[in-house]
Design a protein around this ligand. Structure first.
Ligand code: NAD
Length: 284
């Protein structure tokens, strides 16, 4: 079997066109979706992610502003900036680009963002809602993956899903979303034994380890759907995933490439969440 490509770039372009239209209609109703992005320090990767987010906002007509703070900013100053944005009724979404410098407690910062403006979906209130199966802002990367699966009508109910990686931003919420859709979910992580054996049970295999080509075709069951979340920079400067694409695609029914797979979907779902926030829908 040679897998069909799940092209995140194409799907995200389609979704952005739809959102552009939706934003136009919202503006006619005097709702102007606005996202504030807060960037601390000058980590080049963070700067490039932030640029991508601004560009995507521009395309869809969502206004955005970037608050750049020096690496030396104190935790207290950052919390005050967030408070200002929480209180600004023209700001619908707030995103603090992670990671933050070591002297700032990331969790404290996430807690400080109003859950109603938490378009990353990282606030404990929103995570709690996700666990309960309530309406909330879904964390963007798992939300993007779910949207890709749905776009191809890939069946989730009753399927075995294996998630490799248990981070708060990808692995954990991904498993919850699939569980909510009635998959049988197994979480794997760095202490998991028999990783390959477990991966081979997956109908849907999501790999989010941050380890270049750690999973090859020998981890993939014939016909499985393979989602590669990893973004790793190779020695030649190019980006690659956690999955060794060439061997995995011979086994999989569907597979995401890197780049042009999960990455573009993540930004797109941030826009979706910002529009949702502008409409005040997270409360329902
Ligand atoms: P993380 O470092 O927080 O978590 C990695 C997880 O992988 C951990 O839970 C760890 O237990 C597990 N792991 C590590 N080595 C393992 C091993 N040998 N066997 C089994 N499990 C192992 O990373 P993260 O934030 O979840 O990101 C994972 C990858 O996804 C990174 O490459 C990151 O750049 C990428 N990422 C991509 C997007 C996107 O939009 N495409 C978004 C977020 C993260």
């Amino acid at each position: 079997m040679t897998a069909e490509l799940l092209n995140g770039r194409e799907l995200s372009d389609e979704l952005k066109e739809e959102m552009k239209h939706e934003v136009e209609i919202l503006k006619q109703q005097n709702i102007h979706p606005h996202l504030t992005v807060i960037l601390v320090g000058d980590n080049p990767a963070s700067k490039s992610y932030v640029k991508g987010k601004e560009k995507a906002c521009d395309f869809t007509g969502i206004s955005s502003n970037l608050i750049e703070l020096p690496e030396s900013v104190s935790e207290q100053e950052l919390l005050q900036v967030i408070e200002g944005q929480n209180n600004d009724k023209d700001v619908h979404g707030i995103l603090v680009q992670l990671p933050l410098p070591d002297h700032i407690d990331e969790q404290k910062v996430i807690h400080a963002i109003s859950p109603l403006k938490d378009v990353d979906g990282f606030h404990p209130v929103n995570i709690g809602k996700l666990v309960n199966g309530e309406e909330t802002f879904l964390p963007c990367t798992p939300y993007g993956i779910l949207t890709m699966l749905e776009s191809k009508n890939i069946e989730i109910e009753g399927k075995r899903a294996v998630i490799i990686g248990r981070s708060n931003i990808v692995g954990k919420p991904m498993g919850l979303l699939l569980l909510e859709r009635n998959a049988t979910v197994t979480y794997c992580h760095s202490r998991t034994q028999n990783l390959r054996e477990l991966a081979l049970e997956a109908d849907i295999l999501v790999v989010a380890m941050g380890r270049e080509h750690a999973v090859d075709g020998s981890y993939v069951k014939e016909g499985a759907v393979v989602i590669d979340v990893g973004i790793n920079r190779m020695d030649n400067g190019k980006l690659t995933g956690d999955v060794e694409f060439e061997s995995a695609k011979e086994k999989a029914s569907y597979i995401t490439p890197v780049p042009r797979g999960v990455g573009p979907m993540t930004i797109t779902m941030l826009l979706k969440n910002t529009i949702k926030a502008a409409k005040g829908l997270s409360e329902k």
